[in-house]
Design a protein around this ligand. Structure first.
Ligand SMILES: [Zn+2]
Length: 353
């Protein structure tokens, strides 16, 4: 599908490739489903993906990316495309009614009518029930719904179960919504780690380093919590219905939880960078490099007198382990445990002498 080409935020990995293959096959066989749910990071990225898929569906050349249908679809201006998004913080029944009206009319142009719902997790109950009816008994059986959500866990299961769900691995987006906080937290990690990198060395006590990192992560956690409390306070004063407030607060909570996990992983991944740089320094000294060639000059004397005889294979194995642990951040492993494990291995390396 050429219309998925050139989407820079789409990571080149097996998950995305599988998604594209599945969608291409469905298109090729004309088995287009009635409802899709795309999830991944960054609502605008998801929106671009949905528009690209919509172009594939309606393009007379199977998604060329260049014809008028493709071009207007990708711009979101094609008359067969309706984009629905929450006005404010909640997706209400009024918005879903507009969608029903659109879907009930005959198509303006050849091709299918496609409705894209942004931030679908923000639907309140009434809106969700209305949408559910439309999904179950569409006015136009040819129409296609594309629901987009970064927070699929906050969506009503009855809606999710009626969609074909595709999870995408997308380049983290810096968007308006979480942009500012995100940058502040990133800066926080950056500064904290720079300090750590400046003050710690391969010789220094590793438990200290571990404690320092946990302190940074804890501060970060508190920052995010305060942030959440502020946002909740604003929403509580908004005059929304009790139900809507509840829904939005639960979405906010899961958004913050996800953010926090992201920062923990980012912080720990950066610590791995520091340790990898130390290991590179050991290799450099072993190979006879002078102090000026090291990542951390302060490591030179210690390595030169204590670590020169550490076996290359042990260093390489530890580097491999660091990469393995880095890859699994965000999946199964507990990041603190991963860090402790790496510290333990560095200690072992030091004690070989
Ligand atoms: Zn085209």
């Amino acid at each position: 599908m050429s219309c998925f080409d050139g989407l820079e935020f789409l990571l080149d990995d097996s998950v995305n490739q599988l998604n594209i293959n599945l969608l291409s096959r469905m298109l090729g066989q004309g088995r287009i489903s009635h409802a899709y749910l795309f999830t991944g990071s960054g609502i605008e990225n998801l929106y671009m993906l949905a528009l690209s898929f919509a172009a594939c569906i309606n393009c007379p050349y199977g998604g060329c990316g260049n014809c008028p249908v493709c071009r207007t679809t990708l711009e979101g201006t094609h008359p067969n495309i309706l984009t629905v998004e929450p006005g404010g913080n909640i997706l209400r029944v009024e918005e879903i009614s507009n969608l029903q009206k659109f879907m009930g009319m005959s198509a303006y142009s050849p091709g299918r009518k496609i409705c894209i719902i942004k931030e679908a997790e923000l639907m309140n109950k009434a809106a969700a029930n209305r949408l559910l009816k439309t999904l179950e008994d569409p006015a136009d059986p040819e129409s296609v719904f594309m629901l987009l959500s970064e927070e699929i866990s906050s969506m009503l299961p009855t809606i999710v179960s009626r969609c074909l769900v595709y999870r995408w691995n997308l380049e983290p987006a810096r968007e308006k919504k979480e942009g500012a906080d995100f940058r502040i937290m990133e800066k926080y990690i950056d500064e904290g780690l720079r300090e750590i990198a400046a003050e710690s060395s391969i010789e220094s006590s590793l438990p200290d380093l571990s404690i320092r990192i946990m302190e940074i992560l804890k501060k970060m956690e508190e920052g995010i919590k305060t942030d959440l409390e502020k946002e909740v306070a604003v929403i509580k004063k908004s005059g929304y219905a009790e139900d809507d407030i509840e829904r939005y607060v639960s979405v906010l909570k899961s958004r913050h939880k996800r953010q926090l996990a992201k920062f923990r992983n980012l912080g720990i991944s950066n610590v791995f960078d520091i340790i990898s740089a130390w290991l590179e320094d050991i290799i450099s000294v072993k190979m006879g490099s002078g102090r000026e060639r090291l990542n951390f000059i302060k490591n030179y004397n210690y390595i030169n007198t204590n670590l020169k005889k550490v076996r290359m294979e042990d260093i390489m194995r530890l580097m491999g382990n660091i990469e393995k642990n880095r890859m699994s951040l965000g999946y199964s492993i507990n990041p603190e445990l991963a860090l402790d494990n790496i510290f333990l291995q560095v200690k072992k390396l030091r004690n070989q002498e």
